[in-house]
Design a protein. Structure first.
Length: 404
């Protein structure tokens, strides 16, 4: 049997520069451990397609790096444009050993009670009771909701069919067999089709399997990896929470702490101006179905200025077919609008709109909406002049705040 390649210890590692940003165009050198002798890594499980050495990192800085079993490597990440031997090095990691894919003897199965009918090879998760499920039971994993995909801590695969309420077996570690249509070496995520897999990361991305053949794969264990849009495990020491939409600064964590960052939605830093009278849509974004879970809050802030006229102006947020509007109390030359939309259920939302009018004051409007968040909806900002005038929107920031 030919050798089978495996990923470096992190299956979908993203390499970062000194600022924590993707290390675009940085160069990854690979050598035999403890030496300056180059050794290949590969892009495929059959070890037939070698990476360049050095490997120049692409725009996502997330290369495919598969290793030869029995070989111990030294990884060196160098600055862009550096050739061999690398003189300007960001870091060196030595003695990285290739680990063969788990065999049946390394499989870890747990006894599971099904919360719904499960089929053999269904991707499943252990429920905490969110969304009307029964805590402690296993359900089909589903990327349509955060709780059943990106936020689920325990995931795995049903080894055989289990009827609702019955006891069966879920594979949490090792190799899953009996699958079909896989591409060897490809990373698979929980799909928006309950229990299924997808090679394309969905909105609530949760990687769950690394295919090693067209019909088998290795279960990805552990909690979700931390990122700008996905809760996970941060290391100990001083941590800077991501973005200016959540608490910032250096925080010292003792031990492993699970965090759920506020998730960015769609920012816009381009000037958008109205012209003359009438309404102008100055910002539009599509909100995929079930982007918000119950208890989560959508925030939008928009900043802009006026030409200093005294004409009547109206500021409007619209989601789907429902709008909330407010008009200023007086003449002003700068403004900030803020929309806060909290999901109570799929068809019930609580909405607040604040308009800060420079030094004039604040107008606050409240509403109860009944848009169906199970559908894909358009969210937009509209600026209106009753008579001739110009309003310019300068900045829009938007993000989702997790439930408490």
């Amino acid at each position: 049997m030919s050798a089978q390649g495996t990923y470096a210890p992190e299956p979908a590692a993203q390499y970062e520069d000194a600022n924590g940003d993707p290390a675009v165009n940085y160069r990854l050198f690979t050598y035999l451990a403890g030496s300056s002798t180059k050794v290949n890594t590969y892009t495929d499980v059959g070890l037939s397609s070698a990476n360049a050495n050095p490997l120049t990192l692409a725009s996502d800085a997330r290369p495919t790096v598969m290793l030869t079993p029995g070989v111990s490597y030294k990884f060196v990440l160098a600055l862009p444009g550096i050739d061999d031997p690398p003189a300007s090095v960001l870091w060196t990691r030595d003695n990285i050993s290739a680990v063969p894919a788990g065999s049946t003897s390394a499989d870890t199965d747990v006894t599971a009670v099904a919360g719904e009918n499960l089929a053999a090879s269904d991707a499943v998760y252990l429920s905490d009771g969110t969304g009307g499920t029964t805590a402690g039971r296993w359900y089909r994993a589903d990327a349509d909701a955060v709780a059943s995909s990106s936020a689920a801590t325990a995931v795995g695969f049903a080894t055989a069919a289990i009827t609702v309420g019955a006891t069966g077996t879920v594979r949490r570690e090792g190799r899953v067999t009996g699958l079909s249509g896989l591409v060897a070496g490809t990373l698979y995520y929980v799909s928006a089709t309950a229990g299924a897999l997808t090679a394309t990361a969905p909105t609530n991305a949760r990687a769950i399997l690394q295919a090693d053949t067209t019909t088998t794969g290795i279960v990805l264990t552990g909690e979700p990896a931390a990122s700008a849009s996905l809760g996970g495990i941060w290391t100990t020491g001083a941590q800077v929470l991501p973005g200016d939409k959540s608490p910032t600064g250096a925080w010292t964590f003792s031990g492993r702490v699970k965090v759920t960052p506020w998730k960015p939605l769609a920012d816009d830093f381009t000037d958008h101006a109205t012209s003359g009278t009438g309404a102008t849509d100055v910002w539009t974004v599509s909100i995929p179905a079930n982007t918000l879970a119950n208890g989560e809050t959508l925030h939008v802030e928009a900043y802009g200025d006026l030409t200093g006229d005294v004409n009547v102006k109206t500021f409007t947020f619209t989601l789907g077919t429902t709008s909330i509007s407010t008009a200023p109390n007086g003449n002003f030359v700068s403004y900030k609008m803020k929309l806060t939309l909290a999901r109570v259920s799929a068809s019930v939302q609580r909405v607040t709109m604040d308009l800060y009018e420079g030094l004039v004051g604040t107008v606050t409007t409240y509403a109860a909406w009944t848009e169906n968040l199970g559908n894909t909806l358009t969210l937009k900002i509209t600026l209106t002049h009753a008579t001739a005038g110009t309003t310019t929107q300068r900045i829009v920031r938007s993000w989702i705040e997790p439930a408490a």
